[in-house]
Design a protein around this ligand. Structure first.
Ligand code: GAL
Length: 345
């Protein structure tokens, strides 16, 4: 506001002096200043640090809340970014770095717990080889087996493999033991999340059918396998980066469009049951930057005790993926509608 009054004062002063040249220069400078302040307001901290002062490396992340502690799991992106040749899309890659884990009591101070799932070197045909793809890891706790179960998207560098990988651990922070990967009910599986409902049932939600359809598949009681119970949803809508949450008995699914590492507008869908029927609504984001999800792509929605829902998204830096950052924003559900605003000005 102060900046606005200052600009208005200078403008009037130049007008009084009838100085047209200076007024034009001043107007152009003002336009640049407005643009610069808009783009900086759409960003979050560049260097988001853990409790030891190291940059947090957890992309496409998910959260597990267990015994009063939040555990954050994400893709480790480290090393040179390169572009896979002969692809008709911007297939930028870093070596698959495995899955990191951080813990926090307050969702602000994050302690690094180490590599929860390690990649493997020198096994080009193995799911966890550093030359392949490990993305969007999500962890849930199985109260019956007392195991922590991690699901993730595993792929070849050209995304032709399209499988869902599963790993298990006795401790939330790992190490997780990789079991296998599957094509649930024969379907391709790329971007994904898992959702555990209040009744203990868990679902794998994944971009399927070459990203044309979002499939929702009930997991077995031990959470280690897909069951035959599944529904193709958002058919032919080409959605990815799913983030699911429940509020007042309704289920919400936020997703992005398919533009690779480049941001686009999110949409959300609502259902009375996880297995549908899902109805798609518009963009939950509002205000400047809403049409690019504030330069980011959805990954997770977490309920924070005493605070409300938090929408978590990745700001990808496609030509230097290690430098990708994050944006976490408050999410509100009002009269069944979802609203995400970027209050950082
Ligand atoms: C995005 C997807 C990311 C990653 C990327 C590769 O659309 O959400 O997880 O797979 O494509 O280009």
């Amino acid at each position: 506001m102060e900046k606005y009054y200052l600009s208005l004062g200078v403008w009037r002063c130049l007008k009084k002096q009838n100085n047209y040249f200076m007024r034009r220069i001043f107007f152009i400078a003002l336009c640049f200043a407005c643009l610069a302040s808009f783009s900086s307001s759409a960003q979050t901290p560049k260097n988001w640090l853990d409790t030891k002062g190291h940059v947090i490396n957890a992309h496409g992340a998910g959260v597990l809340y267990y015994n009063g502690t939040y555990y954050l799991f994400g893709e480790i992106k480290k090393g040179n970014t390169w572009r896979v040749p002969n692809q008709d899309w911007e297939d930028y890659r870093v070596p698959a770095g495995g899955v990191s884990c951080y813990s926090s009591k307050d969702f602000q101070h994050w302690k690094y717990e180490g590599v929860a799932l390690s990649p493997v070197k020198g096994q080009p045909d193995g799911d966890l080889d550093t030359g392949r793809v490990i993305e969007r890891p999500k962890v849930i706790y199985n109260a019956k087996t007392r195991k922590f179960v991690m699901w993730m998207h595993v792929d070849k560098k050209d995304y032709s493999y399209s499988q869902a990988g599963v790993a298990v651990s006795d401790s939330p922070v790992g190490p997780y033991k990789y079991i296998r990967s599957v094509k649930p009910n024969g379907n391709m599986a790329r971007d994904m999340t898992v959702f555990k409902d209040d009744d203990g049932k868990a679902y794998l939600v994944f971009s399927s059918d070459n990203n044309n359809t979002m499939d929702i598949c009930l997991l077995s009681d031990d959470y280690l396998s897909p069951t035959k119970t599944h529904v193709p949803t958002l058919v032919n809508r080409r959605r990815e980066a799913p983030a699911v949450f429940k509020s007042n008995g309704k289920y919400y699914l936020i997703s992005s469009s398919c533009t690779g590492w480049s941001p686009n507008a999110a949409t959300y869908a609502v259902a009375d049951k996880m297995l549908g029927t899902w109805k798609e609504y518009g963009n939950p984001c509002t205000g400047p930057g809403a049409d690019s999800t504030f330069s980011a792509q959805s990954t997770y929605v977490q309920w924070i005790k005493g605070k409300g829902f938090l929408f978590m998204a990745d700001i990808w830096n496609k030509t230097d993926l290690e430098k990708s950052t994050y944006i976490w924003l408050p999410l509100k559900v009002t009269n069944g509608g979802v609203m995400i605003n970027n209050p950082v000005k």
